[in-house]
Design a protein around this ligand. Structure first.
Ligand code: SAH
Length: 245
């Protein structure tokens, strides 16, 4: 079963872009997923092929027309979820990415200028999605973020080693920190426990690090997952205790 991605954009030549490389690129070549980038302008109806107009009520910039957006969506709609990239959307989270990756694909609408005529969200089943609390100049990078996150979860795309179950956000936690050789670098050593070969101890240490780092950096994640059960064991060790001197 191929994951089918369709991107509606004013800049189809931006695709596959980074999605044509590395893991996602190989999976694209292998047919694990497919990508179609369609120009929104192809759905324009007037003789100037216009896709936007000035904002009702005044103000700067241009707004993408609802009639053109609807025609673009209708031309590719086939039951796959339809998502629109907008800073006004629900923030994208790994749980939603997993759901999407388990489905047949996605249709992703990319905005430009001031964004979309709001009526498109009433007239069509389009889920507004944000990739974070900052403003991009267009939805294309957002669409790439969303699709990259989905594609790496498709069966066979990541190596067996990284099934993704321990990764950041999967348990409501950031992932534990990683280390690799050389064992000593600029006077810093790899935490001794990781060389102990004691898998239970290593697992406990990693969990503790994950909880501590999440508390420090992303208390909102702990909160969201009802963090009490994730309280770190007392006497949590400091990660830099491996430093020599
Ligand atoms: N005037 C809008 C921003 C428009 S930015 C506002 O203030 O809400 C132009 C386009 O970039 C948007 O239509 C959207 O498709 C994309 N974009 C910008 N920031 C984004 C974000 N954080 N997440 C997803 N898409 C974003």
């Amino acid at each position: 079963m191929t994951f089918q991605a369709t991107v509606l954009t004013l800049y189809p030549e931006m695709f596959p872009g980074p999605l044509g490389m590395s893991l996602a690129g190989r999976a694209l070549v292998e047919g694990v997923w497919s990508l179609q980038a369609q120009n929104i302008r192809a759905s324009a109806t007037d003789k100037h092929r216009s896709v936007d107009d000035t904002p009702a009520g005044g103000g700067a910039g241009m707004v993408l027309r609802a009639d053109v957006l609807a025609a673009a969506l209708d031309s590719v709609a086939d039951g796959r979820p339809m998502l629109a990239m907008t800073p006004r959307g629900r923030p994208l989270i790994q749980a939603r990415v997993r759901e999407l990756a388990a489905g047949e694909g996605a249709i992703v609408l990319c905005g430009r200028f001031e964004g979309f005529d709001e009526r498109i969200f009433e007239a069509r089943e389009v889920e507004p999605v944000s990739i974070g609390d900052y403003v991009l100049s267009g939805g294309e990078l957002g669409a790439m973020v969303l699709l990259d996150a989905c594609v790496r979860l498709l069966p066979g795309v990541m190596g067996a080693a990284s099934s993704g179950e321990e990764e950041s956000f999967e348990q409501g936690l950031l992932e534990y920190p990683h280390y690799t050789r050389p064992f000593e670098w600029e006077g810093r050593t790899i935490p001794e426990v990781l060389r102990s070969g004691d898998h239970a101890r290593i697992a406990a240490w990693r969990h503790e690090q994950a909880v501590n780092d999440t508390r420090l950096r992303r208390p909102d994640l702990i909160e969201r997952h009802g963090g009490a059960s994730q309280a770190p064991p007392s006497g949590a060790r400091q990660r830099n205790e491996g430093k020599t001197k």
